[in-house]
Design a protein around this ligand. Structure first.
Ligand SMILES: CC(C)(COP(=O)(O)OP(=O)(O)OC[C@H]1O[C@@H](n2cnc3c(N)ncnc32)[C@H](O)[C@@H]1OP(=O)(O)O)[C@@H](O)C(=O)NCCC(=O)NCCS
Length: 345
């Protein structure tokens, strides 16, 4: 089956295409959610031998991502009637992130996945994303082959880590960590006056730009703030922002039931100190206790080895791993001493 993007017409053989790739519309949202739930449910059932009750444990990806980046969301539709696949993509400044991608099990291996990925690639190109990435299952030959076809190369593992925080006394710092000299404080982005938010976003952009040139998380901060999916915690020293963490709390966000989930965290590279990360993680856990969740989930890319090691020291355990795939600009920007937690799912 061949698809066209936002265009009905004849396929190269002169037949009417049965499956067409087009952008997501508002009325598709709950169907797209079902396609993801059902397809990942099937996939996980095959992997694990039992079907999980909920493929994403209550985490949601579709509605807010579409509101944030409608031009990056695609469906594959059969006969203008049935949605059989979907792909979401977003740009964080110069970084284009692809995923989730899913094609209903009965429709797989008919090139629909490739056509969805192709549409996302075009979206990245239109938006001048110079580095493209996704995460996938490292043990699946099909997934590696599929992304390789588009020029994605496997990099290191991403570990999704968590720590139970209920019934635990709040932790201040890991054993052996030195206390930071200047006192650090945390503040929620949502508590800033509207007029101050723009300046705060510019500060956060400076931090991400120092991690990877052109990286910009502003739209993630804004959507979390606008829809109250969670908040962004600013780590401040005096008037300076030393780091920030975008987190989701359960409801209609990417946080699974009962967990506070950090989607992105960065300590400003010139100020990177393990103590800052440990203190920040402790503040996030305290926040988790305040909002009544049982767990904190922190994803970490293992190329950021110092960040990974710090989380292990803080008592975090790996729940599962995925492999990061990248194409485009080379990986030189990845500094193993950067204190960054980022999730490309
Ligand atoms: C991953 C997924 C989106 C791919 O969609 P799809 O429509 O089946 O993919 P396509 O048919 O476009 O392409 C699959 C390619 O892998 C190849 N392939 C299939 N099984 C394979 C295997 N075991 N080893 C190597 N290649 C394999 C196919 O031959 C095809 O390549 P070709 O067109 O060159 O022959 C789909 O399988 C899916 O939804 N899986 C469950 C959810 C998921 O894992 N999503 C992605 C998370 S990163």
């Amino acid at each position: 089956m061949r698809a066209t993007v936002d265009r009905t017409g004849l396929d190269p053989q002169g037949r009417l295409p049965k499956v067409q790739v087009r952008r997501v519309r508002k009325g598709d949202l709950s169907k797209v959610k079902d396609v993801f739930e059902q397809t990942f449910g099937d996939f996980l059932e095959r992997q694990l031998g039992t079907r999980p009750r909920q493929a994403f444990s209550g985490a949601q990806y579709v509605h807010h991502r579409w509101l944030m980046e409608p031009w990056g969301c695609f469906v594959a539709e059969e006969d203008n009637a049935k949605i059989v696949g979907a792909a979401l993509a977003v740009t964080w400044g110069s970084l284009g992130l692809l995923g989730p991608v899913a094609v209903l099990t009965n429709y797989q291996n008919q090139t629909i996945g490739q056509q969805l990925i192709h549409a996302a690639q075009e979206f990245f190109d239109e938006n001048k994303a110079t580095l493209h990435g996704c995460v996938t299952y490292p043990t699946s030959p099909k997934h590696l082959f599929l992304y390789h076809k588009f020029g994605y190369r496997p990099k290191s593992l991403t570990c999704v880590m968590s720590r139970a925080i209920d019934r635990m006394p709040p932790r201040t710092a890991p054993a052996g960590a030195k206390a930071a000299k200047a006192p650090l404080a945390v503040r929620r982005f949502s508590t800033l006056e509207e007029t101050k938010k723009k300046a705060a976003l510019a500060r956060l952009h400076r931090i991400t730009n120092a991690v990877c040139r052109g990286l910009d998380l502003s739209k993630e901060v804004e959507i979390v703030d606008g829809l109250a999916l969670g908040d962004t915690l600013l780590l401040e020293r005096g008037r300076d922002v030393a780091g920030f963490a975008i987190y989701h709390t359960p409801g209609v966000s990417e946080a699974p039931t009962g967990a506070l989930y950090v989607k992105f965290l960065a300590i400003d590279p010139p100020q990177r100190k393990v103590e800052h990360l440990a203190e920040f993680v402790a503040a996030i856990e305290a926040l988790g206790q305040e909002v009544g969740v049982q767990r904190v989930i922190l994803p970490v890319y293992t190329r950021y080895w110092l960040a990974y090691s710090t989380l292990v020291q803080c008592g975090y355990q790996v729940d599962f791993t995925m492999i990061r795939m990248q194409r485009g600009k080379q990986e030189d920007y990845e500094d193993p001493t950067h204190l960054v937690l980022d999730d490309w799912r």
